[in-house]
Design a protein around this ligand. Structure first.
Ligand SMILES: Cc1cc2nc3c(=O)[nH]c(=O)nc-3n(C[C@H](O)[C@H](O)[C@H](O)COP(=O)(O)OP(=O)(O)OC[C@H]3O[C@@H](n4cnc5c(N)ncnc54)[C@H](O)[C@@H]3O)c2cc1C
Length: 430
């Protein structure tokens, strides 16, 4: 039976917190009936978007629709319900010699969430977004109809839905292609750079590596402005492997409660960055899939570290030709503000297929900055928005909570169904 409760709801950044009616169907039929009766609602996966995307007055949790429908282990094709978590697929696909072509830096997200945000990984120039490997999905529309979408069948709806933040309907199930792996180990190389230009140079110099993402010290100034380290990796090739493959996860620690707000202050953040920098460089070494792809998963509930007020992740992408200058301008502006980013991650992106109209990455670079939610951050975000806008960039809607409506370069009114509405959609439609 569909379970309905009134509750407070927030996503990963714990801001905003809203009052919602949360319904959790057990079957597709229950969901179908519920959707037809509702005037307005939004689907929710595991709430691992940061801002206000999976929030609204009426929210449908997809977490109980998590059946594995079919796994073609010979060809690496998987079909599952949309509420299936990537973390639940990994122990099934890895032992059979498969991994995701595209995975974000967290494994506890649903397949529906991966499609609705059209997530990217550390290999965007080579593999693109999740939609690149998506063969088909079933979409439940407001009138209860279920439509099969593929890149060639109902193609417009297919591309409106990939990166469409749940505004076209509810993804019920999906089929997608996996990639072959020979080992569960990765070869990793950490290249340290003394300044921002050095980071961009490292991305170019080591571009033959399959995966790359950089940590940037958002607190360093002077000659060390924008210093950091790029973490490159390749899958280990092991054609003569003897050992069976297994997806191994090291025991993780947990932050059991919200930290007091004084824990993260400009001084402690600077200290953390300096300590991180000291151990960031490392010659080639081996790490597990889990260590390379999901390092943040090793601390459960790390979002509580930011305290009850939560945090803001500001992630934006700039076109290649403006990226270096734009990032430098923006980071200087941040340094001159009272707000200090605790964590900053830089990634390189390749060209976007022209059909993938709502995918976040454009050819260039993206930077994600995690700020504690202070009393001043709401004044800083519009200033950052203007810098990103002037440099022809855009923000990632799945992270957004405070940006100006124009920043996603997306028109929510262009989505046919008014029924599927999140706080994000309502905010950017204003
Ligand atoms: C630590 C961390 C690291 C991350 N790293 C990356 C990264 O490297 N790359 C990246 O791209 N993203 C990254 N993300 C963001 C995350 O991958 C996306 O926000 C993802 O969409 C979350 O999936 P979810 O299942 O939790 O969906 P939710 O957060 O619940 O929802 C996200 C969006 O999907 C919609 N949605 C969810 N399920 C459905 C459905 N069945 N039908 C229709 N719409 C649906 C919701 O309405 C909402 O708009 C990261 C997040 C965290 C917390």
């Amino acid at each position: 039976m569909i379970h309905i409760k009134h509750t407070k709801l927030a996503n990963w950044a714990n801001f905003p917190v809203t009052n919602a009616t949360l319904s959790t169907p057990e079957t597709q039929e229950e969901l179908q009936e519920y959707v037809v009766r509702q005037d307005q609602l939004i689907a929710r996966g595991n709430g691992k978007c940061y801002g206000d995307a999976a929030l609204g007055a009426h929210v449908v949790s997809m977490l109980n629709l998590h059946q594995l429908l079919h796994f073609d282990a010979a060809n690496g094709i998987i079909e599952c319900e949309a509420g299936k978590l990537l973390s639940d697929l990994l122990p099934i696909i890895v032992p059979a010699g498969w991994f995701f072509h595209v995975t974000p830096g967290i494994k506890s997200i649903t397949v529906g969430g991966a499609i609705a945000s059209d997530v990217h990984g550390k290999n965007h120039p080579v593999k693109g977004c999740f939609s690149n490997w998506l063969l088909s999905f079933q979409l439940l529309q407001g009138d209860g109809q279920i439509i099969t979408c593929t890149p060639t069948q109902n193609a417009d709806l297919f591309w409106q839905t990939c990166g469409g933040m749940g505004w076209t309907g509810i993804i019920l199930s999906a089929r997608f292609q996996l990639m072959r792996i020979q080992s569960t180990e990765m070869r990793q190389l950490n290249v340290r750079a003394q300044h921002l230009n050095g980071l961009f140079e490292a991305f170019e110099e080591y571009e033959a590596w399959s995966y790359a993402a950089a940590w940037v010290d958002g607190t360093a100034g002077g000659a060390r402005f924008g210093r950091g380290a790029v973490f490159f990796a390749n899958h280990l090739e092991d054609p003569d492997r003897q050992k069976p493959l297994a997806f191994e996860v090291k025991p993780s620690s947990n932050i059991p409660f919200f930290a007091p707000s004084w824990v993260l202050n400009p001084w402690s953040i600077r200290l953390h960055n300096a300590m991180y920098n000291a151990k960031a460089g490392k010659p080639e070494h081996q790490v597990s899939l889990d260590q390379y792809f999901y390092p943040l998963d090793r601390v459960q509930n790390w979002n509580r570290f930011y305290g009850r007020r939560g945090f803001i992740q500001y992630q934006f992408c700039l076109p290649k030709e403006n990226a270096q200058a734009g990032m430098a301008t923006l980071l200087h502006r941040v340094r001159n503000s009272p707000d200090t980013p605790f964590l900053s991650v830089l990634k390189r992106h390749g060209a976007r297929p022209k059909e993938a109209i709502h995918s976040f990455p454009i050819e260039g670079y993206s930077l994600a900055l995690d700020f504690p939610r202070t009393s001043t951050i709401a004044r800083l975000v519009p200033i950052l928005d203007e810098i990103v806008w002037e440099h022809g960039g855009k923000i990632y809607l799945t992270k957004d909570a405070l940006s100006a409506p124009k920043m996603g370069r997306i028109d929510p009114n262009a989505f046919g169904e008014a029924k599927f509405c999140s706080l994000l959609k309502a905010r950017i439609a204003q």
